[in-house]
Design a protein around this ligand. Structure first.
Ligand code: AP5
Length: 236
């Protein structure tokens, strides 16, 4: 699939992009590339929650133990957090939701949010919903090999597939690379179970509405990116 030259893409509005997929599918990796190409923000609920945990905010205190167990943070807390973020001015031309919605209740909330925006004269109504399908064993290898940087960009590496040039240092900002607290074997299992139980039905929800696009996430990173760009640029 061929994507449009970058020069044409910097200023046009992009419908909201929703990236669905199990832990380790590559949502964060691809969201950063989409954000860079189209100049729209990546809204990762996992990153926002981790920043709150690190900053010791009230939300972070509530979320910390839940995340460490690999369970989902309550819908109300996450929806309020997303609502706050979507009001920021940088979301006006579009945005990428990475890790949200993750339950049918969150998906229903998001539809209502978009509908309200439309009623009040906003533009964001029909999201581009892309699900990344990845083989189970590949997911385990991706998660166990992941390292993320400690700077605000939270750049992502993988000791097997995307190693940094210098061991344990971010190529981009030189910060130290760390293993995420929830990338431990017993927690990974729980996160994958939660995906099957709570998030797979979200894909079914969008499928029933005829809005789900499935992509092969098993391909090398660059190929997945090219396919993502194609889907975004050819979306009605
Ligand atoms: P979150 O941070 O969203 O984690 P996740 O969904 O489990 O997804 P990951 O970040 O593990 O994986 P990813 O798909 O982004 O993959 P990545 O690009 O890093 O959520 C964490 C926790 O926060 C949840 O468990 C929950 O507690 C809470 N939470 C968050 N959102 C919530 C919500 N909406 N509601 C309730 N609770 C919520 O890639 C993985 C690795 O693979 C990397 O090392 C990368 O380099 C490598 N890689 C990527 N693509 C490829 C490829 N094509 N080939 C080879 N390697 C690749």
């Amino acid at each position: 699939m061929g994507a449009t030259p970058l020069a044409q893409e910097g200023s046009r509005n992009i419908g909201p992009v929703i990236l669905l997929g199990p832990p380790g599918a590559g949502k964060g990796t691809q969201a950063k590339r989409i954000a860079e190409r189209y100049g729209i923000p990546q809204i990762s609920t996992g990153d926002i929650l981790r920043n709150n945990v690190q900053g010791g905010t009230e939300l972070g205190v509530q979320a910390k133990a839940i995340m460490a167990r690999g369970e989902l943070v309550p819908d109300e807390l996450v929806c309020n957090m997303v609502a706050d973020r979507l009001r920021d001015q940088d979301c006006e031309r579009g945005f990428i939701l990475d890790g949200f919605p993750r339950t049918p209740a969150q998906a229903g909330w998001l539809d209502a949010f978009f509908e309200h925006q439309l009623v009040t004269g906003g533009e964001h109504c029909l999201p581009i919903v892309i699900r990344m399908d990845v083989d189970y064993n590949q997911l385990i290898r991706r998660i166990t090999g992941r390292k993320t940087c400690t700077a605000p960009g939270q750049h992502i590496y993988n000791v097997y597939f995307q190693p940094p040039r210098v061991d344990n240092l971010c190529d981009i900002d030189g910060s130290t690379l760390v293993t995420r607290n929830d990338d431990r074997e017993e927690v990974i299992r729980k996160r994958l179970q939660e995906y099957e139980r709570q998030t797979r039905p979200v894909a079914d929800y969008y499928q029933q509405k005829g809005r789900l696009i499935s992509l092969n996430g098993d391909l090398p990173v660059d190929e997945v990116t090219q396919n993502m760009f194609y889907v975004i640029e050819h979306h009605p």
